[in-house]
Design a binder for this molecule. Structure first.
Ligand code: SAM
Length: 248
């Protein structure tokens, strides 16, 4: 039916696939997958026999052009990534943009996403947040990125690789100070799921306390900076100074 479906898949627990995701994967002509072998295991588990083709960061341009032609000829396509919602720190943007440009119907299914799952369970404010994807992998660039968000008053959400989590926490301690509130969400929806809250040092201590804790998948969240008085407009600050002077 000439539609591109964006289909989120589980981030650890297979029971998190939605009924609509299964129906869609079963009924489309093609499944475009970040890693076809990985997706094949998911499809096998649910007894789905739809044809797959790869769409990853190295072939996305070419594949997008090819898939747009197939969609224009009336075929339907489901886009999946290895886990969670496609396009969220995953391939798919080039394809969706092309489809929109060509006025091809795009249907995005709601479903698992590590960032949103982590945020909703974190205990940090959720009314305003910024999703930053992955921080730069080198310490110097990472420190620059952290410095840029140091005055932000909303919650920041990051994906982080296990081999970098400890170094990133050390950089946070240096750049944002030792008292900033953080939450680390690990292995969401899996049997060793954990939420660890505290300062960078608290979380490093937790990671170091048992071998294996540094392995797995992580979402790191940084609480916003405390709102300081200087956030107030200048006239308000002036009034505040006058009033303070009057106090005994
Ligand atoms: N598209 C995915 C989504 O919607 O969450 C994210 C893909 S990104 C390449 C993979 C990163 O997501 C991991 O490095 C980790 O930071 C995070 N992640 C994925 N699954 C996770 C889980 N079960 N628990 C914690 N973090 C997870």
């Amino acid at each position: 039916d000439a539609t591109l479906y964006i289909v989120p898949t589980p981030i650890g627990n297979l029971d998190d696939i939605t009924a609509r995701a299964l129906q869609t994967l079963e009924s489309v002509d093609w499944i475009a997958a970040e890693d076809t072998r990985h997706t094949q295991r998911l499809l096998q588990h649910f007894g789905i026999k739809t044809r797959t083709m790869s769409l990853h960061e190295h072939n996305e341009d070419k594949r997008a052009t090819m898939l747009v032609h197939r969609l224009q000829s009336g075929e339907s396509v489901a886009l999946v990534s290895d886990a969670g919602t496609p396009l969220i720190s995953d391939p798919g943007f080039v394809l969706v943009r092309k489809c929109r440009e060509e006025h091809i119907k795009v249907v995005a299914l709601p479903g698992p996403c590590a960032a949103i799952t982590a945020l909703s369970g974190s205990g940090l404010p959720t009314d305003r947040f910024i999703f930053e994807g992955f921080l730069p992998s080198r310490s110097q660039a990472r420190s620059v990125a952290l410095k840029q968000l140091s005055d932000r008053t909303c919650t920041s959400v990051f994906y982080e690789a296990p081999r970098r989590i400890r170094d990133t926490l050390l950089d946070i301690q240096t750049v944002l100070g030792a008292s900033r509130a953080l939450v680390l969400a690990k292995e969401l929806s899996k049997s060793y799921e954990a939420f660890v809250s505290g300062t960078a040092k608290d979380i490093i201590d937790w990671l170091d306390a048992e071998p294996g804790r540094q392995k797995g998948e992580f979402v790191l969240m940084i609480g916003g900076a405390e709102r300081v008085e200087s956030d107030l407009p200048a006239p308000a600050l002036e009034l505040l100074a006058q009033l303070t002077a009057e106090l005994p």
